[in-house]
Design a protein around this ligand. Structure first.
Ligand code: GP9
Ligand code: MN
Length: 449
């Protein structure tokens, strides 16, 4: 990160106006979201309880082991929530911090290094500072050292009002394991702190127990470990089950604290937990012969769940990623995203495109999956004509490139200034972004884009 940092300082100084104009016109080509009359502002003025689910991948949801559900609470919760079934993490080397960065800014993280370290001084339009303009207080809860991932500095820059870190928690031998405070006492302690916050708040809870090497005390094992050659995968199942129990506790605590009804709960998996080193055992777990490159991309799906008390949800098949979370939450809060500032799309907007681009350049559209220079038919998982991936491949390269340029050159300084002066921005030509065609209830049919 130190090397990247010094190289990038030079880049920033030499940010050229052409770079700014190019990045800006790319962003302005994003389709202007059409508001959903039922959902726009459906959570106006409510607290946002955002939960980073450590290393949680989607493949464990709605799956049983030894006749027991691995995530019984989440499985019930998604029946009563908006559940995005085709949602991908887009993190790089910055892991948890990359996920945080993507969610707060609707920008991609960097191809190498952690943007939390290398570009913590840039100008951003981040959720905490943006929501402050709408009367929100913001806080983060994470029972780890405040300097981990440079969070203390980055959080100040992003506009967080308060960071509850290790010294704010009671941590002892009894209530900790592996990386520190166990998630259940973490929620018990932190929800009490949240009760004291000014409301409405935008609060981020970062869980930790379901982190490699996936250790647990005997009394916290609510499901037996899996039995394969991979100790990592074996233990993962058990720590995921513990995380599920911790989320259940979060909801109980929130209800008890009187926070439930006036909040929305936004839960997301931060990144994968099981690397390709464990794919032989993973194949057995999933009942497959092997994990193909196509399967590997499917395994980058992470849960994205929005629970709005008092409102029914639905399963949403549209393809999306972490970069889409910022505009999607803003939609629910009744705040229109300013055009030209976000790489992601509002997934509740009826005309949003349906795709996800991963940090390594792989991508998923309704028709195809592209990875490792190969094109797969998304419906069958079979290799298909490369030409089918070609048109979007160019777009994916551009999207990552412009996001990188914005970060390297600190271009949001200029883009934001401009947006302030000329908002709403003029629309440029429409793009051939992949439409989404089959969300349930016809909500998301996308003939317009
Ligand atoms: C550390 C926690 C875990 O504070 O966020 O980080 P990770 O290794 O998952 O990025
Ligand atoms: Mn993590």
């Amino acid at each position: 990160d130190i090397v990247v940092n010094s190289r990038m300082t030079t880049k920033k100084v030499f940010a050229r106006s052409k770079d700014i104009v190019d990045a800006q016109s790319f962003l302005r080509q994003q389709p202007k979201p059409v508001l959903d009359p039922e959902l726009f502002g459906a959570a106006r003025g409510r607290n946002v309880i955002l939960v980073s689910l450590e290393s949680l991948q989607s493949f464990v949801l709605e799956r049983e082991l030894y006749g027991q559900e691995i995530t019984p609470f989440l499985n019930d919760l998604i029946e009563d929530s908006f559940y995005f079934e085709n949602f991908y993490h887009q993190t790089g080397q910055g892991k948890t911090s990359d996920a945080e960065f993507i969610l707060d800014n609707s920008l991609y993280p960097l191809p190498s290094g952690a943007v939390y370290f290398t570009h913590a001084q840039n100008t951003y339009e981040a959720m905490p500072s943006l929501l402050k303009e709408h009367g929100y207080y913001s806080a983060v809860f994470h029972a780890n050292d405040k300097t981990f991932w440079n969070r203390d500095l980055m959080y100040q820059n992003l506009g967080y009002d308060r960071f509850f870190s290790l010294p704010d928690f009671e941590v002892d031998e009894e209530n900790s394991v592996g990386w520190g405070l166990k998630d259940i006492p973490f929620f018990e302690q932190s929800i009490k702190m949240a009760q004291e916050l000014p409301q409405p708040f935008y609060g981020k809870w970062i869980t930790l127990t379901n982190h490699y090497p996936f250790e647990l005390d005997e009394e916290d094992k609510f499901i037996p470990e899996y039995d394969s050659n991979s100790g990592t995968l074996n233990r993962y199942v058990t720590t995921v089950r513990y995380l599920d129990e911790a989320i259940k506790r979060l909801f109980e605590e929130a209800k008890e604290a009187g926070l439930y009804d006036n909040s929305i709960f936004v839960l997301y998996g931060d990144h994968y937990g099981i690397s390709s080193n464990h794919y032989r055992s993973m194949a057995r777990f999933l009942g497959k012969e092997e994990i193909s490159p196509f399967d590997h991309i499917q395994l980058q799906k992470v849960p994205f769940i929005i629970h709005i008390p008092g409102m029914e949800g639905r399963r949403i098949e549209t393809i999306g990623g972490q970069v889409d979370v910022k505009p999607t939450i803003l939609h629910l809060l009744g705040i229109e995203s300013r055009q030209g500032l976000n790489f992601g799309h509002d997934l509740f907007s009826p005309n949003h495109p349906s795709y996800a681009i991963l940090r390594d350049g792989s991508f998923i559209t309704e028709q195809v999956v592209y990875t490792e220079n190969a094109c797969f038919d998304r419906a069958t998982g079979e290799p298909t004509d490369e030409a089918k991936c070609e048109s979007f491949r160019e777009h994916a390269v551009q999207e990552l490139k412009f996001s990188d340029e914005i970060i390297y050159g600190d271009l949001m300084r200029f883009i934001l200034d401009d947006a302030d002066q000329s908002s709403p921005l003029p629309r440029l030509s429409m793009h051939d972004l992949p439409p989404n065609s089959h969300d349930k209830e016809g909500k998301d049919s996308n003939k317009g884009s």
